[in-house]
Design a protein around this ligand. Structure first.
Ligand code: ADP
Ligand code: MG
Length: 410
């Protein structure tokens, strides 16, 4: 049986995948084709035809248009390029593929571009913003709509909050024409365009709920010069807890975009969330994990992660969990805090030792074990000859790891 996957990050997909998926729900998107080589890109343009093409870098990050390639001169164009001919498409594809695009969302390291999307050029009259997310406060799907599209929505929220309209949909009634009319009103659309907005709202809602999305962002949603509403960009994240219902979505996963730690966590069904601190934590049970994070803070340090190995973890699972923690360069010390109920302390101990033997251990490690087979567990650790600091209870463990990290730094 697979346990709950609370607290896992959403699974993201590329723009071209998101658009193909939205199209299935009747959402208007531009025609386009994915490309992995300059030859692919040229062939895609030839197939699409027309007088303008857009070559779009496919990475799991926004801000591509204003992004910069690390390897190219500063004046080179960014990750979204409008060009006129299939030959231009090929030349631009050759310049982009394999290079590293840095945007406001990638961080300074940027992301390598391995895929492109070749899209027909749209003639844009206006750019709007529309997103959907699960609003935890109301436990409903919320829409966020603004006339200020194509820019960073956080900036809009800061500078001109009155230009952002939000509302949520009651799951009991589902999406209604009134929701679509709210969107139309927020965007200043009437007549046939308002009708398009109503259909778009309903179709987006259906896509969102049918596919268990946790985030859908269309920025920009454009009004074309020939009066059509078209989704020109699409960012989609799926609720990891619901992926078991969507093998077709899991297939879209691009592991080259994901963090090693997150791939491993998903492979071993661990609840893992990276945080900003320096103390790596391996804990079983969400409640104990929260308590462990709190007590680390109490003693003046911050947790580097939330990691719950769950109730019935195997040695392999514990080993994977430990590797994930040690792979984080910010980790200055590790605290293993396990209460063995169903989980046996000797299994934990064996997993930890196996991981340390494989990965080495460059930071202090405090282990606190309690519950089933605790004596066997402690004995395994003692006899391993590894430099592990044993602790008796949670308080003791937290103090010891904070002290050990301080000592290391001194
Ligand atoms: P990002 O948000 O990562 O920069 P977008 O897909 O939003 O990428 O593209 C950035 C901008 O490029 C858009 O705001 C739009 O002005 C323009 N653009 C994107 N796709 C097209 C297209 N198919 N036709 C014309 N312009 C486009
Ligand atoms: Mg965009």
């Amino acid at each position: 049986m697979r346990g709950p996957r609370r607290g896992r990050n959403p699974m993201n997909i590329h723009e071209y995948q998101a658009k193909a998926l939205l199209k299935e729900f009747g959402v208007p998107v531009s025609r386009g084709l994915a490309a992995f080589t300059p030859q692919d890109a040229e062939a895609a343009a030839a197939k699409l035809g027309g007088i303008a093409f857009v070559v779009k870098a496919q990475i799991h990050a926004g801000g591509r248009g204003k992004g910069k390639f690390k390897e190219l001169p500063a004046e080179a164009k960014g990750g979204v390029r409008v060009v006129k001919t299939a030959a231009d498409v090929k030349a631009n594809a050759a310049e982009m593929l394999g290079n590293t695009l840095v945007t406001i969302q990638t961080g300074p390291d940027g992301k390598q571009v391995n895929r492109l999307y070749i899209e027909e050029g749209a003639s844009i009259d206006k750019e709007f913003y529309l997103s959907m997310l699960v609003d935890r406060a109301t436990a409903r799907v919320a829409f966020v709509v603004s006339t200020e599209g194509g820019m960073d929505i956080e900036e809009v929220a800061h500078a001109t909050p009155e230009r952002i309209v939000t509302f949520s949909v009651d799951p009991a009634t589902g999406v209604q024409p009134l929701h679509g009319r709210k969107v139309a009103q927020a965007l200043g659309l009437s007549g046939d365009l308002a009708k398009q907005a109503v259909a778009l709202t309903a179709n987006l809602y259906r896509a969102f709920t049918d596919k268990d999305m946790s985030l859908l962002e269309i920025n920009p949603l454009v009004l074309t010069r020939d009066d059509r509403l078209v989704c020109l960009d699409a960012k989609v994240g799926f609720d990891s807890n619901a992926l078991f219902r969507h093998p077709e979505v899991v297939q879209l996963r691009d592991e080259s975009e994901e963090d090693f730690k997150e791939i491993e966590a998903s492979r071993y069904d661990l609840s893992y969330i990276a945080l900003d601190g320096t103390i790596g934590c391996m804990v079983n049970g969400a409640g104990l994990a929260m308590a462990t994070m709190d007590i680390i803070k109490l003693y003046g340090r911050e947790p580097a992660n939330f990691l719950d190995v769950g109730g019935g973890a195997t040695k392999e699972k514990v080993t994977a969990a430990f590797k994930i923690i040690t792979a984080d360069p910010n980790v200055e010390g590790i605290l293993v805090n396990i209460f063995g109920g169903i989980m046996r302390c000797d299994v934990i101990a064996e997993g930890v030792i196996a991981a340390v033997r494989q990965m080495g251990l460059n930071v202090p490690l405090v282990v606190r074990l309690a519950g089933t087979n605790v004596e066997e567990g402690k004995k395994i650790i003692r006899e391993s000859g590894l430099n592990v600091i044993p602790a008796d209870d949670l308080d003791d463990a937290a103090q010891k790891i904070v002290a050990a990290v301080k000592k290391e730094a001194a």
